[in-house]
Design a protein around this ligand. Structure first.
Ligand SMILES: CC(C)(COP(=O)(O)OP(=O)(O)OC[C@H]1O[C@@H](n2cnc3c(N)ncnc32)[C@H](O)[C@@H]1OP(=O)(O)O)[C@@H](O)C(=O)NCCC(=O)NCCS
Length: 189
């Protein structure tokens, strides 16, 4: 089971907390956005409320099994205001490896919020989850996500060709990684 730290995951602007059932509408509306669907929705079929309901259940099961943790990115000043989601997934504790993922609702973009969330998650992963290598992957044409990786000091390792089944085809994937000594302070952006 992966449990968020008792002290919270928070900086001056953003906080990360477990998703609540009451977040459903904000999560659905935030993710059902052209950019999120283009880059983060892998299926051909339309993203529906049913998919999200099932995600809530699957995510909790993954968390209990210690495989992943999905968190809401919220306003540090108002924990009911959801800006997006972030996760640590593909957790392999014995090997000290995990990956980080994120998305933001359209109004939350352009303020460095994703970078803040990634840094908070990376610091926690390196400090408390015994992770020694954090991976970040994105589509090569996802320029905003590539910038998040760069802003958080991830190192680009290369292009994995035909890596991901995505929306009825196979897609290339760019691979980045971050090691503990490469992480800058959470407060710098
Ligand atoms: C990826 C995402 C979370 C980034 O959010 P964000 O950090 O607020 O993004 P920003 O709007 O600040 O953009 C990040 C950077 O990319 C740049 N950028 C954004 N869109 C761009 C584009 N189409 N072309 C070139 N640069 C772009 C921004 O100018 C910014 O640059 P800066 O760091 O120099 O200021 C957000 O775009 C998103 O939710 N996308 C949809 C879901 C997604 O792609 N998730 C990641 C899957 S790997």
């Amino acid at each position: 089971m992966i449990v968020p730290p008792p002290s919270g995951l928070v900086d001056d602007v953003v906080a990360l907390r477990l998703w609540l059932p009451s977040d459903f509408a904000q999560r659905f509306a935030g993710f059902r956005d052209p950019q999120c669907l283009e880059f983060s929705w892998p299926l051909v079929e339309e993203f529906t409320e049913d998919h999200l309901r099932r995600r809530f259940v699957q995510e909790e099961a993954e968390r209990v099994r210690g495989e992943a943790i999905n968190l809401a990115i919220v306003d540090a000043a108002d924990s009911q205001r959801v800006w997006g989601g972030a996760s640590i997934y593909d957790v392999e504790s014995n090997e000290g490896r995990a990956a980080v993922g994120y998305w933001l609702s359209a109004p939350a973009r352009g303020r460095g919020i994703a970078s803040r969330a990634v840094r908070l998650l990376a610091r926690w992963a390196f400090t408390d989850l015994t992770i020694m290598r954090l991976a970040l992957t994105c589509a090569p044409d996802n320029l905003a996500s590539r910038r998040v990786a760069e802003r958080c000091d991830f190192v680009e390792e290369g292009l994995m060709r035909s890596h991901t089944p995505f929306q009825g085809r196979r897609r290339d994937t760019l691979l980045f990684s971050l090691l503990p000594n490469e992480l800058r302070p959470v407060t710098s952006s």
